[in-house]
Design a protein around this ligand. Sequence first.
Ligand SMILES: Cc1cc2nc3c(=O)[nH]c(=O)nc-3n(C[C@H](O)[C@H](O)[C@H](O)COP(=O)(O)OP(=O)(O)OC[C@H]3O[C@@H](n4cnc5c(N)ncnc54)[C@H](O)[C@@H]3O)c2cc1C
Length: 356
Amino acid sequence: MESSPNITIIGAGLIGLCSADALSSRGVNVTVIDARPGPCEGTSFSNSGMIHPSQALSWDTPKPSPSDLDAARVTAALAKRSRDLLVDMTKRLGLPVRPGGCLQIFKDFETARSAQKSYGEIGILSNIVIDPIDSFGRPACQFPNDNSGDARAFGCALEMDLRARGVSFIYGAADTDVRHTGAGFTVRVSDQILKADHLILAAGIQTASLLSKFEIRMQLKAVSGAAADFVLPEIIDDLPSCPVMDTESRSAMTVFKNRVRISGGWGLEDPASLVECWRDIAPALMLRLGRPRSTWTGVRPVSPVGRPYISGSSIPNLWVNTGHGHMGWTLCAGSGELMSELILDGRRDSRFAFSG
Ligand SMILES: Cc1cc2nc3c(=O)[nH]c(=O)nc-3n(C[C@H](O)[C@H](O)[C@H](O)COP(=O)(O)OP(=O)(O)OC[C@H]3O[C@@H](n4cnc5c(N)ncnc54)[C@H](O)[C@@H]3O)c2cc1C
C-alpha cells in the first residue's frame, strides 16, 4: 500500500487552513507554517464576514468585459460550492452561521435595478428591497443566497480541530527557506528541516515573493482595506439583521456576536473615511456606536485575471492557492477542496490555472 504523502502548506490564513482541512480529511500528513504567531493573523484577521457568492465579479473592473464575466461565472460556481461546504464546516465546529443573505445599498432605484441586471448575467439571484432598518431606507439588492459568519473565529476553531486531527503547525517562521530537491522539497524553518512531497503556497500577498525563490513570476496586486470595530450597543432593535454593503465606498456594516464592524474600502489604509461614510448612511446608529474600540488594516491578494489561482506550477508538486481578493472567506472551503482534488486525484481544472 502506498504511504500518505507529506504536504507542507505555507500560510495559516483561511486559504491555507481550509487546504489543510481538505487534505487531512483524506489521510494526508500536513504541516502548516506561518510567519506570524498564530492562525488568521494576516488578511483573514478582520474581514467583513460575508459569505457572498453574489460578489464574484472582480472589483477591479467597473465595466466588465466578456472575459471578466466568464471569470465571474467560474468564481461564482466555486463560491456557491464553497458556501455550502463552509456552512457545514462552521456548524461542525459549533459556530453560528447567519442565514438571511446580504444587502447592497444604492443611491437610487435606477442604479439598483441596473446592478440587479448585471448580477443576473452571472447567474446571481437578487431582489430589490427598501427597508428602514436593514437598508437604512435606501434602495438595495438583497442576495438571499449569501450568508455571513465570523471568519477569524472560524479559522481559530478550525486550527484547533486540525491540531486534534494530527496536523502540525509551526508559527513565528519568518525566515522560511524553501528548496526544490528533485524528489520533493526541503523546507528550513529556524533550526528545523522538513521534507515535503508537495508544497502549497497559500501565503496571501506574499505568495509572489515565495514563488520568486523558484524563479517563477506571479502578478498579484495588493489592495488594502480597513476595519473599525465598535462595542455592540445595549439596544439592538435598530441594527441591520444581515451585513449591508455600500456600493460607493466598497464597505460593509456587519453585526457580529459581540461587536459591530465597519470594514472594506478598495485601496484604503485608514478606516476613518469609512466611518465618516457610514455616519452619513446611518447617522442615528453611528451616533450611538460612538468611537471605534479598535481599528485594523489588511491587504487583499488580487489576481489580474479576476479569479483566484488554485493550481500547480511549472515545478512538479509545487502548488499555489491565492489571489482570492475580496472573496477569500467565501471561497476558502471550496478552494481547499479543489486543491486536494488537484493533488490527490490528479484532477485537471483549467478554470483557476496559473501559467507560471
Ligand atoms: C477589509 C476586508 C474585508 C473583507 N471582507 C470579506 C468578506 O466579507 N467576504 C469574503 O469572502 N472575503 C473578504 N475579504 C477577503 C478575505 O479576507 C481574504 O481574501 C482572505 O483573508 C485571504 O486569505 P489568505 O489565506 O489568502 O491570506 P492571509 O489571511 O493573509 O494568510 C496568508 C498567511 O501567510 C503567511 N505568510 C506570508 N508569507 C509567509 C512566509 N514567507 N512564511 C510563512 N508564512 C507566511 C501570513 O503571515 C498569513 O498568515 C476581506 C478583506 C479585507 C481586507
